[in-house]
Unconditional design. Structure first.
Length: 138
C-alpha cells in the first residue's frame, strides 16, 4: 500500500479509496505472490484515470473456480449498476416527455413500477452479497 501512496503523492493525483473484496476466501497477502506488482500497477492506472475514485480490488484463490467466481461477482455487480441506471433514466425520460396517451401509460406504468421494485431488490441482494464476501463469509 505504501508504493501506491507514494505513486499518487509523487504524481499529484488524489489517492483512490481502495476496498478489498474476498472471493472464495481469497485475501490480500502482499509479498506472497509474483502478481503483487501487477495488482499495484492496475490500481495505479485505474486511480490515475479516475482520481479519488473508489476502487474495489477482488482477491480470489489462484484456481480455476476462484477465477470464475471472481469474474461472475464483477459481472453481477456491473449488470446491477447498469440496470439501475437504465431504469432510472428511462423512467425520467418517460415522465418528462409527456408524449404518451393515458391508454399507453396504463400499460407502461405498472411494468415500470414492477421493474423498479425488482431493481431495488436486486440492489439489496448485490449489496448483501458484496458485504458478506468482503467480510469473508461467502
Amino acid at each position: 500500500m505504501s508504493r501506491v501512496r507514494t505513486f499518487f503523492k509523487k504524481a499529484g493525483i488524489a489517492m483512490p479509496k481502495i476496498a478489498p473484496a474476498s472471493v472464495d476466501g481469497g485475501a490480500n497477502k502482499p509479498g506472497h505472490s509474483d502478481a503483487d506488482g501487477e495488482v499495484v500497477l492496475d490500481i495505479e492506472v485505474a486511480g490515475a484515470i479516475a482520481p479519488g475514485a473508489r476502487i474495489v480490488v477482488y482477491f480470489a484463490p489462484n484456481t480455476t473456480n476462484g477465477f470464475i467466481d471472481a469474474f461472475w461477482d464483477v459481472v453481477y455487480a456491473g449488470m446491477m449498476g447498469l440496470l439501475a441506471v437504465s431504469l432510472a433514466t428511462g423512467a425520467l425520460e418517460h415522465y418528462r416527455s409527456g408524449q404518451t396517451t393515458m391508454l399507453l401509460q396504463l400499460i407502461v406504468w405498472p411494468a415500470l413500477a414492477l421493474c423498479t421494485l425488482l431493481c431495488f431488490l436486486l440492489a439489496f441482494t448485490a449489496l448483501a452479497t458484496a458485504a458478506a464476501r468482503v467480510r469473508g463469509r461467502s
